[in-house]
Write a protein that binds this ligand. Structure first.
Ligand code: AMP
Ligand code: GLY
Length: 414
């Protein structure tokens, strides 16, 4: 049996482990209590000290810090760009400069370190105002608001370092774009690309897209409004020029180029690139690929993606269960009811998988909350309506004090 190592500790890594395990022995480093309970080997050993046929790096931080470079220097097959490619996500200012050089359609923007310049630029924009931190902020460094005063206050908080420390002391102010959002995760082996099924992520904490931006409160795939023609358009207008620019800069990008796209009345525009699998998108994408995932990812790492096809089937919906106080100040330690010793539903349901994001086992062996996002409950089925029904029915069977959950994930598409 071939062996895969997944690096990370959230529901995305749980989903990757679960998908890869259809064709490989999987080790997760470091993983979490729920991934281990589900039967996957979780170790604290750093990836550089492990041996496997495939290494998949989940989170952005180790990519930005060059983990993929270190693994490749050891001759390993890795899904995840080196530090040069990861800079696309590590610095929004770099990304915007890169997009401009590549000619990728994106929101007009300015980059600022001085408050007065930033406020003057805001004054020249019309609402909605969009203020972003330059550095990594776990998906929470973006404010979109119609309130000019709130935008100014946010600029001050970010530039002073009080909001995101040094990650925030350069701000990007962008033109507000309007439209439906799509996460198009594109496998890239440095030369060739294969788009995975388009997914939609729900970033705001509350129903009706209200409240603070989060890491993601749920997702569904495929996105029916992104048919083959629409995907082709994004690949041509956004991904192709990006590949050309990567090559021009001699960046050998082997990993997931995750295009966060706004489908505007002016055509698709890129909101941002991430350089990894999305979370919670992965929890709906992986189930659609069955046993083909391992081979596909090996080809990404080996640079042999040319001619690969990625047959996906079915529909999936994931509902994130977050902790009391998420995203501002999540509480930990609440006991979770409804999960068995394997971390799955006590009463198993067809087409349901419970992916663990932030859980731990307390002294009594019960699962308890240990992070902002706690669980991602995925339903898969042969229709979106059934997938959604399965996800929500399962989500209702899992309870803990203060559970935060959106009730409208994929509601508009069933
Ligand atoms: P980002 O982390 O850059 O993807 O931003 C997080 C979320 O903020 C996006 O998914 C959008 O919902 C929203 N957003 C970001 N940039 C813009 C923009 N220029 N116009 C409107 N909404 C935006
Ligand atoms: N779902 C948003 C992200 O992974 O960044």
């Amino acid at each position: 049996m071939r062996r895969a190592v997944v690096v990370g500790s959230g529901a995305r890594e749980h989903a990757l482990a679960w998908g890869l395990a259809k064709s490989a022995d999987v080790v997760v480093t470091p993983g979490n209590a729920g991934i281990a309970a589900h039967g996957f080997t979780c170790v604290e050993t750093p990836a550089t000290e492990l041996e496997a046929d495939l290494f998949v790096i989940g989170p952005e931080q180790p990519l930005v810090e060059g983990l993929a470079d270190r693994l490749r220097a050891q001759g390993k097959t890795v899904v995840g760009p080196g530090a040069d490619g990861a800079h696309l996500e590590g610095s929004k200012a770099f990304m915007k400069e890169f997009l401009a050089a590549a000619g990728v359609p994106t929101a007009a923007f300015g980059t600022f370190r001085a408050e007065s310049d930033a406020i003057a630029f805001l004054r020249s924009m019309s609402p909605p105002y969009v203020v972003k931190t330059d550095g990594l902020a776990a998906g929470k460094g973006v404010l979109v608001t119609d309130d000019f005063e709130q935008a100014c206050a946010d600029v001050r908080d970010k530039l002073s370092g009080s909001a995101f420390g040094s990650a925030g002391t350069t701000v990007i102010i962008e033109e507000g774009l309007d439209g439906e959002e799509c996460s198009l995760l594109v496998l890239c082996d440095g030369t060739d690309v294969v788009a995975l099924v388009p997914a939609q992520d729900f970033k705001r904490v509350g129903d009706g897209d209200r409240g603070a931006n989060t890491g993601g409160m749920g997702a569904y795939a495929p996105m029916e409004s992104m048919g083959a023609d629409e995907v082709h358009e994004v690949m041509e207008s956004i991904v192709a020029p990006t590949l050309r620019e990567l090559r021009a800069r001699e960046i050998d990008f082997r990993g997931v180029l995750y295009a966060g796209v706004m489908l505007t009345s002016d055509g698709p525009k890129l909101l941002e690139y991430n350089v990894r699998f999305g979370d919670p998108e992965t929890e709906v994408i992986v189930p659609l690929y069955g046993a083909g995932l391992f081979e596909l990812l090996v080809r990404v790492g080996e640079g042999t993606l040319a001619g690969a096809s990625a047959p996906a089937s079915g529909y999936a919906v994931t509902v994130v269960l977050a902790a009391h106080g998420y995203p501002e100040s999540p509480r930990t330690g609440d006991v979770i009811r409804g999960l068995g010793v394997d971390g799955q539903l006590v009463e198993p349901r067809e087409g349901v998988i419970v992916f663990h994001a932030g859980t731990t086992r307390n002294d009594d062996g019960e699962f308890a909350t240990a992070g902002g996002r706690v669980l991602a409950v995925t339903g898969e089925a042969s229709s979106m309506a059934e997938a959604r029904h399965r996800a929500y029915e399962a989500a209702s069977l899992v309870t803990f004090e203060g559970k935060v959950m959106r009730t409208d994930i994929a509601l508009a598409v069933v």
